[in-house]
Design a protein around this ligand. Sequence first.
Ligand code: HEM
Length: 122
Amino acid sequence: MSTPYEAIGQDTLYAVIDRFYYYVEADTRINHLFPGDFEETARKQKQFLTQFLGGPALYTEEHGHPMLRMRHLSFRITPFERDAWVENMTRALNDFEMNSELRSFILQRLEMTAAHMVNTED
Ligand code: HEM
C-alpha cells in the first residue's frame, strides 16, 4: 500500500503548497497574520505536509515535534480564519490533476487539522 505522499508525489505536493501561499498572500482575510516571507513559510509547510501524508519526517528533523496548535497560539484564529485557510487550500488542490479520492482524503485531513488550530471564538 502506498502512502498518500507517494500517491500525490513530491512535485505535485510542492506545487499545491506554492499555489496555496500564492492565494494566501493575496487574501486580505488572513495575509496580515503571516510574517511576510512566504517562501520560508512554504518551505516549512512542504516539510510538514510531507510527513503529515506519510513521507519522510522532514519537518521534525529540522524543527522538532510539530506541536502545531501551540505554534499557532500567537495568531488569532477564529472559524473565519480557518474557513479562509481551507478555502485557499481547496482552490490550490483543485488546480492540479489527481485522483479525486486522493484529493478528498487530503482535504478532509487538512480540514480536521485546521479545525484543531482554532484558538479564539468569533
Ligand atoms: C505556520 C496561520 C492552519 C501548518 C503558520 C503561520 C501562520 C499560520 C500565520 C506562521 C508562518 C511563519 O512563521 O512562517 C494559519 C492559519 C490557519 C493555519 C490562519 C487556519 C486554520 C494550519 C494548518 C496546518 C498548518 C491546518 C497544517 C496542516 C503550519 C506549519 C507552519 C505554520 C507547518 C510552520 C510552523 C513553524 O515551524 O514555524 N500558520 N495556519 N497551519 N502553519 Fe499554519
